[in-house]
Design a protein around this ligand. Structure first.
Ligand code: GTP
Ligand code: MG
Length: 200
């Protein structure tokens, strides 16, 4: 599914400026610095498809990446991180608007992968986004990132604690994944999960 070359196709800063819909789309959302761009590089096996950074606020638009030449083209959307105040209030408001608007309605968006730092768990800003997704009946799956930063017992604890928090949410897929873009932990499972969604 993820084999073959990927291309950057579009960047949107405004909801009226989305690219034409081609095939199926999935999106990676989450707080600033949670590891969205890194995880996109890990699942596509492309080191520098999506730009990553130590500094929060790296991704400032909706970036669309598309598989080149495949029959059933998949588009992956790298979203700006939410919950990062240092870029200024106006920018935060604009991004938050863009993110919520996009997540509320994009007919070919099959599932949102909602990334949560495994060290920190769900925060209020995350729950606000989950609320938006639930209200829009936009299907999503929670993915813990940076699993390599935790020892085994803490990984298990965070998986269970996070599952407990999302299990009654209507649009949540009832399984939380644990990943690491650094070590490859959970990447095959994430690819398989995406594959099942697209085949539905
Ligand atoms: P914004 O675009 O700013 O919202 O950030 P992002 O969510 O795209 O995060 P990005 O992928 O740029 O990664 C942020 C930082 O986290 C970088 O310093 C990465 O090296 C680090 N990081 C990403 N994934 C992992 C991981 O699996 N393990 C560890 N230890 N660090 C990671
Ligand atoms: Mg990013």
């Amino acid at each position: 599914l993820f084999e073959g070359p990927w291309d950057f196709v579009w960047a949107s800063t405004h909801i009226d400026d989305l690219p034409p819909m081609v095939g199926q789309e999935i999106a990676f959302a989450g707080r600033s610095n949670v590891g969205k761009s890194s995880l996109i590089n890990a699942v596509t096996r492309r080191n520098a498809l999506a730009r990553t950074s130590h500094t929060p606020g790296r991704t400032q638009q909706l970036n669309f990446f598309r598989q080149v030449g495949a029959d059933e083209r998949l588009t992956i959307v790298d979203m700006p991180g939410y919950g990062y105040a240092a870029v200024g209030r106006a920018k935060v408001a604009a991004w938050t608007n863009l993110i919520h608007n996009y997540l509320r309605g994009r007919p070919n968006l099959m599932r949102v992968y909602l990334l949560i730092d495994a060290r920190h768990g769900l925060k209020d800003v995350d729950n606000a986004v989950l609320e938006t997704l639930d209200k829009a009946a936009m299907s999503y799956q929670v993915v813990l990132t940076k699993g390599d930063a935790l020892k085994k017992s803490d990984q298990q604890f965070m998986l269970e604690a996070t599952y407990d928090e999302i299990k009654r949410r209507p649009a949540a897929f009832p399984e939380v994944l644990l990943t690491s873009s650094e070590t490859g932990l959970g990447i095959p499972e994430l690819r398989a999960a995406v594959g099942r969604v697209l085949a539905e």
